[in-house]
Design a protein around this ligand. Structure first.
Ligand SMILES: Nc1ncnc2c1ncn2[C@@H]1O[C@H](COP(=O)(O)OP(=O)(O)OP(=O)(O)O)[C@@H](O)[C@H]1O
Length: 275
């Protein structure tokens, strides 16, 4: 099925008035297992993400990107160091968080609207307001015409749009995306990059995007964290202040290319990329 062709207005549904949430990491490490079988996934990482900031994390396979995300989300505990979200130490799974994975995990027996409304049912949100919010998000993501379709009737890109709408339904202040577009074809992925930065701006949600794609990392984010190979630590922290909304033609500019080159050069230096 082809992607719907429409103008994705970032103002299609009202942005929440709350700002995103601050994330602070102080000398966070993670070791899996013990003794001879121990795997040091993360070396000490210290970083602070500002409310509403869109941050990409890019790094070689196995460097601990997903581990970092799971630690911040409270799905696993760090081996040492502290993580604070909204000023409070993370002590368990965060509630005020929408997560999008590479596999969309949509329920095949629920239509699109039913999938998007799932968090409202789980959290006991007011049904009428939840339906209004769902309709606004589906419009913002360009899939409102598919509200009554089932996931198996949608393309991969449309399924991920629905997964993003579902993650954002309760208006979380945090959204984490772990390789959300890596299973999509190149053109759909480009389109999803444009859409994601529009939605992120409209929703003012503090966003963490885990990706292998340097182009995607730079295009979508206000800031790119570059990680070294395992044990992962921060090699670089780059501000990306191109105005929004961004168009794909941004990728052709010398300024964009300079940031991409800077990141590539780090990986060539560490031997994670052939120069
Ligand atoms: N539950 C676990 N038990 C043991 N080792 C683990 C566990 N989870 C991750 N690891 C190891 O920790 C390291 C980092 O894994 P992680 O999945 O965070 O990396 P990643 O950068 O997200 O990788 P990829 O880009 O390939 O998805 C890897 O060596 C992995 O094998």
């Amino acid at each position: 099925m082809t992607e719907p062709d429409r103008d994705h207005s970032p103002t299609a549904s009202p942005a929440p008035s709350r700002p995103g949430t601050t994330i602070e990491l102080e000398r966070v490490t993670k070791v899996y297992g013990a003794g001879a079988l121990a795997v040091q996934a993360l070396s000490p990482i210290s970083v602070t993400l500002a409310p509403g900031q869109a941050v990409s994390v890019v790094g070689p396979s196995g460097c601990g990107k997903s581990t970092l995300m799971r630690l911040i989300a409270g799905l696993e505990a760090p081996s040492s160091g502290t993580i604070r979200v909204g000023g409070r130490p993370v002590a368990g799974p965060l509630e005020d968080l929408g997560i999008v994975f590479q596999r969309d995990l949509l329920l095949d027996w629920r239509d699109v609207l039913g999938n998007v409304l799932l968090p409202a049912e789980i959290k006991g949100l007011a049904p009428a307001a939840a339906r209004r919010r769902a309709a606004g998000l589906l419009a913002e993501l360009g899939v409102e015409r598919f509200a009554g379709h089932y996931p198996w009737q949608l393309s991969g890109g449309m399924r991920q749009r629905v997964a993003i709408a579902r993650a954002l339904l309760p208006s979380p202040t945090l959204m984490f995306l772990d390789e959300p577009f890596s299973a999509l074809d190149a053109m759909t992925r480009d389109q999803m990059n444009v859409l994601l930065q529009q939605v992120q701006s409209a929703e003012h949600v503090t966003t963490l995007l885990i990706t292998h794609s340097i182009l995607e990392a730079v295009f979508v984010a206000d800031r790119v964290l570059v990680m070294s190979g395992r044990p992962g630590t921060l090699l670089d922290d780059i501000a990306v202040d191109f105005p929004r909304p961004r168009r794909l033609s941004l990728r052709e500019t010398p300024e964009f290319s300079a940031i991409v080159r800077r990141i590539r050069e780090q990986f060539v230096r560490t031997g994670d990329l052939v120069g």
